[in-house]
Structures are given as structure tokens and as C-alpha cells.
Design a protein around this ligand. Structure first.
Ligand code: GGG
Length: 359
């Protein structure tokens, strides 16, 4: 049997990124070992992040994208650390890769796993189960603007930050959401904007949504304003299936969704180039968590669930499902870290996942 080898670029980044990424790699190694030579993963690790910045003045090397382009996928941990301004670290690494590779989809599943308690009174794994599709290439993260006119005097500086919405950018993310809905148990897409107040960019989004939906008569739709949607996440989560929104709204809503599913420590995400012109990048939603970094208690579930998303993207559907099943068996058995009310350490949780992979 010929071995299918997948080349993975590994960027642990900062803080707990360095603790959870090795746990995800343990899962990949176990899958390779149990495949009997069917699949293999090779890794190259990149030291980029805030420590690298403090040494070199750069979050990643100038030829970083070129080097990453040789890989089948990128596995990323977290970015951000005290001592480096957050906008420097975010733009220098995560956004440089997502935007540089036009990974215009950020897909973030929200699912209540067995054994985990949601802060919502009546939540069940059936009522908390949807996907946030975050536009990942433009919108509020276009980086357009500036700070100037400081010469006007102390406390009178002016800053401008503009959101960019293009018809093409809106169409491709909305179309992705509709296509995704066709793969889900309920074919439904909910679009989120704030077009009553954001009367230019977000009306373009709304109009594009209306145009694209005509091509998907089999998919149910609704369109909500983001403030009302935040309340709906809490009050009527069972009505959600695929939620598509701008870069900023998608980011905020997916954090809310993760909290409702029990913890940011379980939330996975995939930054995808659907056209596969470039490698896609897979990362837990959580950041570097300086408050718990180095203690060995970071929850590895988000990083391991992220591995499942990566496997699915690489065409390894059975392996992706096996990882999800092992995660669910682990949470159901109560082997969880302190963010979920448990006493397990990072390593213990991965050990349990690996044991369930062998069930
Ligand atoms: N693993 C995700 C991560 O490190 N995120 C850092 C962050 O601050 N992200 C903000 C954003 O992507 O909007």
C-alpha cells in the first residue's frame, strides 16, 4: 500500500499555543501509527510569535508565506503576549497568513459536547449545534485607515478605521455558507449584519445575500441584525444552523457561541482557502491565555478538534470523524480541564482522547 504523506507546517506561537499544539500532533501521530502505513504526517515547526518579534523585530520571516506555501496545511496555536502590542502581533502573524493566502472563510463550529454543562439552563447537544462562518479577508479587518493630525495638539488626534465590503468578497463567503448548509441536518443560513446603521458596506452584503439565495431555493434563510442575533444565540439557540457574518461580527459571535458551549477551551476553527490555491490554516479559537500559560492546565480539546477540521480538509473524513468521536467519549467520561470544571491536566485529556481513538 502506498503511503499518503501530508506535510504540515506547525506554528505554535505564543503562550498556551505552545502547550496545546504538541497535543494535537500526538493525535496525528497516533492516527498515522494506527493506519498501518496508509497515512503519514511530516512536520516543520516555525518559531514565529512574540518571542521571535522581541528578538528579531519581526513576527515572521519576510519569506514566511513563500515557505508556508509548500505545505498541505498549517497548524497554528495562538498569537499575542504582554510586551508586544496586540495589533502588532495579530497583523504580523495570524492576519498576515490568513489575508496573504486569501483564506477567506473562517469556519467555527459551535457544539455542546457530551458531559459538558452549558451556562444555558435548557441546553442540550441538540439545541447547541451550529457553525459560524466568519468572513476572513476584508470587512472590519481590511486594515484601512490611519492615525494622523496629531499636530492638532494633545488629546485631539484623529483616527480613521474603515471597513471594506466588496461584492465579490460578500458573494464568495455567502455562497460558501449556502453550500455548507446543504451538508447540514437542517438546510438553513442566517445572515448577520448591522445594515440599519452601517448603510453602505452592510447593505451591499444584504443585497448580495438576497441575490445568492435565489440560487438556493432548497435552503431556508433569515437575516438578522447583530445585536438581536447576540440575544438569539442565548434565547433561541435551537433555531441556528449556519450563521454567516462579517469578520468582526463572526469573531464576536463565535466567542459567544463557544462560551455557550461551555468554554473557549473547546472551540476549533479553520481558516480556509476553498479554491485550494494556498494551504489552509487550522487553529483553536482561543488566544495565548497568559493567565494560565505554563501551568499545564490548558484545555487541548480546541486544538484537537481543530485537528479534526484539518483532517476533513485533507480528505481524511474517517480519521476526522474518529477524532471527534474520541473527543466526545473523553468529555462524556469527565476527563476535563479546570475551565470545564475538571481537574485533569492538558496531557491527561489528550491521553484520554488517544485511548478512545483505540477503542
Ligand atoms: N488562535 C487564535 C488566536 O491566537 N487569536 C488571537 C486574536 O487575538 N485573534 C483576534 C482575531 O483573530 O480577530
Amino acid at each position: 500500500m502506498a503511503t499518503r504523506t501530508f506535510r504540515i507546517a506547525v506554528i505554535p506561537g505564543d503562550g498556551i499555543g505552545q502547550e496545546v499544539v504538541p497535543e494535537g500532533l500526538r493525535v496525528l501521530d497516533r492516527l498515522a501509527a494506527r493506519s498501518g502505513g496508509g497515512i503519514a504526517f511530516t512536520y516543520e515547526s516555525f518559531p514565529w510569535g512574540c518571542e521571535y518579534y522581541l528578538k528579531t523585530g519581526r513576527m515572521m520571516d519576510p519569506d514566511g508565506l513563500e515557505r508556508l506555501s509548500a505545505f498541505d496545511a498549517i497548524y497554528f496555536g495562538a498569537v499575542g503576549w504582554p510586551g508586544v502590542p496586540d495589533h502588532i502581533s495579530l497583523w504580523g502573524l495570524r492576519l498576515a497568513i490568513c489575508q496573504g493566502f486569501d483564506q477567506y472563510v473562517c469556519q467555527r463550529p459551535v457544539q455542546l459536547l457530551p458531559g459538558i454543562t452549558s451556562p444555558l439552563r435548557n441546553a442540550t447537544p441538540e439545541t447547541i449545534d451550529w457553525v459560524v462562518v466568519r468572513e476572513n479577508s476584508e470587512g472590519e479587518y481590511a486594515g484601512l485607515g490611519g492615525r494622523n493630525l496629531a499636530g492638532r495638539g494633545p488629546d485631539r488626534e484623529v483616527a480613521v478605521q474603515s471597513a471594506l465590503f466588496t461584492a465579490q468578497g460578500c458573494e464568495r463567503i455567502i455562497r460558501y455558507a449556502f453550500d455548507l448548509a446543504r451538508t447540514r441536518k437542517r438546510r438553513k443560513v442566517t445572515s448577520v449584519t448591522k445594515s440599519n446603521a452601517q448603510q453602505y458596506g452592510m447593505t451591499l452584503w444584504d443585497e448580495t445575500f438576497q441575490r445568492v439565495k435565489a440560487e438556493y431555493p432548497d435552503v431556508e434563510i433569515d437575516q438578522w441584525l447583530v445585536d438581536a442575533m447576540a440575544a438569539r444565540f442565548v434565547l433561541r439557540p435551537e433555531t441556528l444552523e449556519v450563521v454567516v457574518g462579517s469578520n468582526l461580527f463572526g469573531d464576536i459571535l463565535s466567542d459567544l457561541g463557544s462560551a455557550l458551549a461551555g468554554s473557549l477551551g473547546i472551540a476549533a476553527s479553520a481558516n480556509i482557502d476553498p479554491e485550494r490555491r494556498h494551504p489552509s490554516m487550522f487553529e483553536p479559537v482561543h488566544g495565548s491565555a497568559p493567565d494560565i500559560a505554563g501551568q499545564g492546565i490548558a484545555n487541548p480539546i480546541a486544538a484537537i478538534w481543530t485537528i479534526s477540521l484539518m483532517l476533513a480538509h485533507l480528505g481524511l473524513k474517517d480519521e476526522a470523524q474518529a477524532v471527534m468521536d474520541a473527543i466526545k467519549a473523553t468529555t462524556a467520561s469527565g476527563v476535563v480541564t479546570p475551565d470545564l470544571g475538571g481537574t485533569a491536566r492538558t496531557f491527561d485529556v489528550t491521553d484520554a482522547v488517544l485511548a478512545h481513538l483505540d477503542d
